[in-house]
Design a protein around this ligand. Sequence first.
Ligand SMILES: Cc1ncc(COP(=O)(O)O)c(C=O)c1O
Length: 434
Amino acid sequence: MTLKKSAQLFEQNKGVLAGGVSSDIRKAELPHPLYFESGEGSRIKDIDGNEYIDYILGQGPLLLGHNPRQVIDAVHEQLEKGLIFAGQHQAEVELAQIMTNIIPCADRIRFNSTGSEAVITALRVARAYRDRNLVVKFEGQWHGWYDSVFISTAPDLGKSGSRKNPIPSLPSKGQVANAADNLIIMPWNDLDLLNELFKERGEEIAAILTEPVMCNAGTILPKPGFLEGLRELCDQYQTALIFDEVITGFRLSLGGAQQHFDVTPDIATYAKGIASGFTLSAVAGKADFMDLISSGQVVHAGTYNSNPIVIAAGLATLKFLTAEEDKIYGHFNSLGSRLRKGLTGLLQDAGISSIVSGLGPVVQVSLTDQDVITDYRDWASRDNATYQKLVTDLVFKGVRTTGRGSWYVSYAHTAEDIDITLNSVKEVLINFRQ
Ligand SMILES: Cc1ncc(COP(=O)(O)O)c(C=O)c1O
């Protein structure tokens, strides 16, 4: 097996495509960014003719796998009728209605194109609600790449102060220097610290913004009572609770993490998973919040918002998820558990200390001596170098996953895919025995 053509093209095209990629995250592909030609179901093919069982799934959107037939058919049909209207159409209303039926916090919906935009919309609404600026953001969480939230996403711990009082860190040159001024960075899963903060500054805090499961850094689950505690604090101080469900939405259950954990935020954001890879995102919220948009006090806009193509994809996806809810989420849980169990056993047999965690179709492998990981700083101390070697070796066995330890399973994956994958992991681990 060779990755020669991909390697050549990547080097050759660095001049025309800045750095050789269109999103910096893709630079992290192991062993180097690859060129792909097609995908079908659980498989993806690269330009060298290699086929992989794909656990990256477009960084999350392909809940139904590559090229789900019902979504492709719906989009084909819409392509014949028009691409963009800059006006209302019935399909967007139908999709909004489905979302209000299945998402607990959703009285009203607005659509955007990307998760980053949805988060910015949610923050604007939250800040308008009580005319407050400050937002609590948790260290290690990723809410998109816009200046005002692209802070302390994967900070260097040598420069980030204490766990109790992290110094905000701006990952990119060119970010507005005071971008972090309206954020308070906190460690995740520590309700005592948040209680102290709110006692001091609660009346100034517009929102707590959180992924309900910390999927972008270690797939860290909330401690029992943590999300409920956030809800109580927000109720007490009239602060908006925002769940960023860009990854968890439609994935952990049809109603997302808020349904799974039975904690209802005021506002939630969606993107990956909603439209099977088409660029659709959404903000869902309680009427009191979303009516700030309805009344025109909060402005929300976008040329491509709810264009009929992405809405057709979203409708086909959500109709299928709704119609086959038990089957699909049963499949996610069963395959996710099979992968978690298999990986745990193989890593133990190889004598490699690890935590294999996750929920439903999200699986996380962290190589670590720790017993438990509860926040970014715990996760940051994992053995990244060994894990990256493992992921690189898996590429040469036809298994594609991320270097940061997360694996996504889709509805198109089969038990056989998982077993083939585990067999590949077993073969690769022979070189890692400790
Ligand atoms: C939790 C979360 N929020 C927001 C975003 C931003 O979404 P997008 O990349 O579509 O702008 C991401 C992207 O990875 C995400 O994982």
